[in-house]
Design a protein around this ligand. Structure first.
Ligand code: GRF
Length: 196
């Protein structure tokens, strides 16, 4: 009698994470994977700056890391590590996307795009602009990247209120909590979209 074929688990989605700063988004995705709520693995973390906190966090979590500012070297590394999906995670550089990665690069931005996006709109600049415009709500957007800052097909948005007494820190914390839910959900949405 022949033995049953070995059960092979399906290959996991291989993520490439690109960061420039603190790596909080990386840590969130890594934690979700470890908790079993995001079916993926982190194949490579690339920073465009040496010695940033995000890189140290990636090391501590046991993820492979690399440092490069060059777009072509970045994509060569992502190919070498057989990355399926690239997640920008606080990555501040505008990245020209080669044809073979079109539709495979996501970004999360801490506003309801198209509002408060574009060059120079990152971190507290975004939240300060939201407060200065007296917006009643803000939130985050996960989108496919194209060759413009904070631009491309929106996959998912999450809204949060702007509350009386908010300053940029308070609003940033509320938006970041929404981001922690939105990015894993958007990755799952991307997978469903690709699986068609
Ligand atoms: C988040 O606000 C995200 O929207 C933006 O970068 C911030 C996270 O950066 N793209 P980090 O993970 O704290 O470095």
């Amino acid at each position: 009698m022949s033995s049953p074929p070995p059960t092979e688990s399906p290959p996991r989605l291989r993520l490439g994470i690109l960061l420039s700063g603190t790596g909080r988004t990386l840590v969130n995705l890594s934690d979700r994977i470890a908790a079993g709520s995001l079916a993926a693995e982190i194949a490579l973390v690339i920073s465009d700056r040496p010695d940033v906190v995000g890189l140290h966090r990636a090391h501590a979590l046991g993820h492979p890391t690399a440092v490069t500012r060059e777009a072509s070297a970045t994509f060569d590394l992502l190919r070498e590590h057989r990355v399926d999906l690239v997640c920008l995670a606080g990555y501040l550089r505008l990245l020209p996307i080669p044809e073979d990665f079109a539709g495979r690069v996501l970004n999360i931005h801490p506003s309801l795009l198209p509002k408060f996006g574009g060059r120079g709109m990152y971190g507290h600049h975004v939240h300060e602009a939201v407060l200065a415009a007296h917006e009643r709500e803000s939130g985050c957007t996960v989108h496919l990247c194209d060759d413009q800052y904070d631009h491309g097909t929106v996959l998912l948005q999450r809204r949060v209120p702007v509350l009386p007494g908010d300053d940029a820190d308070k609003l940033a914390a509320r938006v970041f909590a929404a981001e922690c839910e939105a990015y894993p959900a958007a990755i799952a949405a991307w997978v469903s979209r690709v699986a068609g």
